[in-house]
Design a protein around this ligand. Structure first.
Ligand code: SIN
Ligand code: CO
Length: 412
């Protein structure tokens, strides 16, 4: 288990907001926190988020990796886990995709290799708890916690990401070099994305507890000094083309694009042709008119984003309880233990709907419990006792428990 450092050293407690910090360790917007070098999340978001790199010494003092090296290797052996192995032996870059049998990994005494495991938060509650510290940024932007293990000299080469990322050093040391270069062209002779011309401007050695925030497209290269482990807390920044294609797919899938007017393509005036292979001009014009007719409302955009951003990744499998308690037993246990969202669950909401693991539903009347559950990811036993008088709430929570989306054991 990682040590649980206090986010609020003695001197800062008095100046902090009176509102209690959420149980998850998530800093409140106006509460200064060592995680952000003594800035409040409000200050950090205003000055650095999406704008410029930010180095924090001792962001999480005394941190240990949420998983040990051996646990990381074990995760990389699972076929429901996304993992990559990057080796740089004798000056040659190589990339392999997991799963990796533990015996398939190079020896830990061998230099210059890195194992990267994506989505560790989906498999380990300690990793999920580490992500919770970064929930001053919206969940809708959060992607995952990746953990890398590298031997001396290991790294993935100079590159850039299309992500906002917090690189938290959790074991050993890593030498980072970064630059805000314009030329982001990549080498085309390699199996991984490596910048053709890396022009570092700043460099630091990060020790356990230190953290570097990078906005998208900042060139960077991190090389292990001795054995090291780094946590990458990544926030997706989808491109306009990805958003467009996903949104059009969403509209089409729901038959929403033409609001019920799904008439068949017709060409009653098509004359016979002497060039059968030529694309008819009339076809192009008619389809252009159909596409120009695509209509959507703001609520379609909101529903699309909620569903898409809460959709589990394709390798995520929920595991319902082997012998689920019936509703009465569930309620009984939840009144003593509380409930919490399973670490794999994503629950988002807007003014009208909630989006649970990709499914949209209307917010129920008396929705405050659902909003609290979404924001704190837990309902205390005490809160559950009050809610347990409403059978529609307990039935819904029991249904989610049976699906493996919610589990017993919030806070007392
Ligand atoms: C790593 O942890 O080795 C790489 C992380 C990154 O550069 O994004
Ligand atoms: Co990177």
């Amino acid at each position: 288990m990682p040590k649980r450092p206090s986010d609020y050293p003695a001197g800062q407690r008095a100046t902090a907001s009176r509102m209690p910090a959420p149980a998850s360790g998530r800093p409140l917007p106006d509460q200064p926190t060592p995680l952000l070098g003594g800035l409040t999340p409000t200050q950090f978001m205003r000055r650095y988020w999406q704008k410029k790199p930010f180095l924090v010494r001792q962001a999480v003092p005394g941190i240990a990796s949420p998983v040990t090296r051996e646990e990381l290797f074990e995760l990389a052996a699972g076929d429901d886990v996304e993992s990559r192995l990057v080796t740089h032996f004798r000056g040659r870059w190589q990339l392999d995709h997991g799963p990796f049998d533990t015996t398939a990994l190079p020896r830990v005494t061998q230099r210059a290799w890195t194992l990267l495991v994506q989505g560790v938060n989906l498999h380990d509650d300690r990793a999920r708890a580490l992500l919770d510290r970064f929930r001053f940024a919206p969940d809708a932007r959060l992607d995952d916690l990746m953990i890398s293990y590298a031997t001396d000299g290991g790294g993935v080469g100079p590159h850039f990401d299309s992500y906002d990322v917090f690189l938290l050093q959790v074991h050993g040391k890593r030498h980072w070099r970064i630059g805000a270069q314009r030329d982001l062209s990549l080498r085309d002779d390699l199996p991984l994305k490596i910048l053709a011309h890396f022009e570092p401007e700043e460099e630091w050695v990060l020790e356990p507890g230190d953290m570097l925030y990078l906005p998208p497209h900042i060139a960077h290269d991190g090389i292990a000094i001795g054995e090291c482990m780094t946590c990458s807390i990544g926030f997706r920044a989808p491109s306009a083309s990805e958003l467009t294609s996903q949104f059009l797919y969403y509209l089409a899938e729901r038959g929403n694009a033409h609001r019920g007017d799904d008439t068949l393509y017709r060409d009653p005036k098509q004359p016979p042709v002497s060039e059968p292979a030529r694309l008819p001009t009339g076809l192009v014009e008619r389809v252009g008119a159909i596409l120009a007719n695509i209509r959507w409302k703001q609520s379609d955009v909101s529903a699309f984003l909620g569903a898409w951003l809460s959709e589990p990744k394709s390798n995520v499998v929920f595991e319902p309880p082997a012998r689920p308690a019936n509703e009465a037993a569930f309620v009984n246990r939840a009144t003593r233990a509380g409930v919490r969202l399973h670490r794999k669950t994503v629950l988002l909401y807007d003014n009208h709907s909630y989006f649970l693991n990709g499914e949209q539903n209307s917010l129920p009347s008396g929705k405050s419990w659902l909003i609290d559950l979404a924001n704190s990811r837990t309902l205390s036993a005490k809160r559950f006792v009050t809610l347990s008088h409403d059978s529609s709430v307990t039935a819904l929570l029991h249904e989610w428990y049976c699906a493996g989306w919610v589990e017993l054991g919030g806070l007392a």
